[in-house]
Design a protein around this ligand. Structure first.
Ligand code: 3PG
Length: 221
């Protein structure tokens, strides 16, 4: 077991200064450098690499070699996923759902953990274990902002990170909600973007930032 000895990340402001978490399902290690450079240049400064391909952990390790980048692991579904990712440099971790044993391990490993929630019961489980910064997933499919409007008055201490279906058109609507700390998503890498073209990747990531109103880029503290 590797305990995270890097400077631990504790808050959104610290690891996602522009309130955007790019979610990447990596298909080639050759894409890492262009994506890392683009994310750093845009000011987004963080990336969540999902454990959905055979090269995810190798890619995570490569991203973690960029000292300016805060690297996290996504699609964490069991303790082994979390341990392996922390071993190669992940300093935050995201799950599609919540399991207490993963939450406890994340605390032991000194990793910022974002449990995924879709219902009030899941929110209550995560809250009772001390987690109040929660990924709301899959956001659009679950009713998006109207569902957040129903949940947030019940859980005023929870901040959500909606993920799933976020794009350049709806990102401002989400970020404008006081209950939303940040958004996650893959939209900046989508469409017909050629991930082998570093210039195109940089433009796409910078465009994703430019689509956000300046007033929504910084979280109120
Ligand atoms: C995730 O892993 O959090 C989501 O799959 C990202 O959703 P998106 O691809 O719709 O942005």
């Amino acid at each position: 077991m590797t305990i995270n000895t890097r400077v631990p990340v504790r808050s959104i402001n610290q690891f996602a200064p522009l309130r955007i978490i790019p979610v990447l399902t990596i298909k080639s290690l050759a894409h890492v450098d262009a994506i890392a450079d683009a994310v750093i240049k845009s000011g987004i400064n963080n990336i969540e690499v999902t454990l959905r391909t055979d090269i995810s952990l190798q890619a995570l390790k490569k991203f973690a070699s960029y000292s300016e980048l805060v690297v996290g692991v996504g699609s964490v579904k069991n303790k082994e996923d979390l341990e392996r990712a922390v071993d190669v440099g992940a300093v935050f971790a995201v799950s599609p759902g919540y399991m207490q044993e993963i939450g406890k391990l994340a605390q032991d490993l000194n990793v910022l953990y974002l449990p995924g929630v879709a219902t009030s019961t899941e929110i209550m489980c995560a809250l009772s274990d001390g987690y109040n910064l929660l990924k709301f997933f899959p956001a659009e499919q679950l009713g998006g902002i109207s569902t957040l409007n129903a949940l947030s008055p019940v859980f005023p201490n929870v901040k959500f990170i909606p993920t799933g279906g976020i794009n350049g058109k709806n990102v401002n609507d989400y970020l404008a909600k006081p209950c939303v700390a940040a958004v996650g998503g893959s939209w900046m890498f989508g469409g017909d973007l050629d991930l082998n073209n570093a210039t195109a990747v940089e433009q796409a990531v910078i465009k994703a930032v430019e689509q956000v109103s300046p007033v929504n880029l910084l979280e109120e503290t």
